[in-house]
Design a protein around this ligand. Structure first.
Ligand code: URA
Length: 203
């Protein structure tokens, strides 16, 4: 797919997300938050769900957690947010920032799968546990953060959520250290464990 074709397809998905009214959180959203960034990105970040600021602006990771993500992205990888693609598991803000319900994750899953397929990134970075379990179920984030593994043709790199990193020095250090490992993964000779479950298909 050319970059223009990718842009067109991503815009179609964004329109579907913006006009969808099949969830209460969709009906009540100030703005849906489909995701944004470079359609040819090597790295795709997947967070949990929009918060207050994201709902106000219709853009992912624009609050405090987003500022941290942008700062470390620039400091460690020398990348700007426009260089990567940023989205969430759930495309609408859950009230009072509660955890997303399974039904909300399921309703948004088709859009996320299509976004992944179109962008076809080299690495998917999951931010927090909700996006991690989509690819790596049955583990805790404290056990596996910062360790890349293949899931089908995708490299999944689980990280703590930047909001967790903002809560204390230990988590902040872990968040930074994991970013540094992400840098090594972008090297062509990176060695990665294969975690693909047998006989299943991602899409
Ligand atoms: N937290 C998330 O998981 N996603 C956002 O877009 C903002 C905060």
């Amino acid at each position: 797919m050319t970059t223009d074709e990718k842009k067109t397809e991503l815009e179609k998905i964004a329109q579907e997300i913006k006009t969808f009214k099949g969830l209460d959180i969709a009906k009540n959203a100030t703005h849906a938050v489909p995701g944004e960034g470079n359609p040819d990105a090597e790295i795709m970040f997947i967070g949990e769900a929009p918060g207050y600021n994201e709902d106000q602006q219709g853009r992912p990771f624009v609050g405090q957690a987003g500022m941290l993500l942008e700062k470390i992205l620039q400091e460690v990888l020398g990348l700007k947010r426009e260089d990567v693609y940023i989205t969430n598991i759930v495309k609408y803000r859950p009230p009072d920032n509660r955890d997303p319900f399974d039904a909300e994750i399921a309703a948004c899953a088709g859009w996320l799968d299509r976004q992944i397929k179109i962008i076809s990134p080299k690495i998917i970075v999951t931010l927090g546990r909700f996006s991690m379990v989509k690819f790596i179920p049955g583990v805790t984030i404290s056990q596996i953060h910062g360790v890349a593994r293949y899931y089908h043709e995708l490299i999944i790199f689980p990280m703590y959520h930047p909001a967790a990193a903002l809560r204390g020095t230990t988590m902040m250090n872990a968040f930074r250290d994991d970013f540094a490992k992400l840098k090594n993964l972008l090297a062509p000779q990176a060695k990665i464990e294969d975690n693909t479950p047998s006989q299943t298909s991602l899409f």
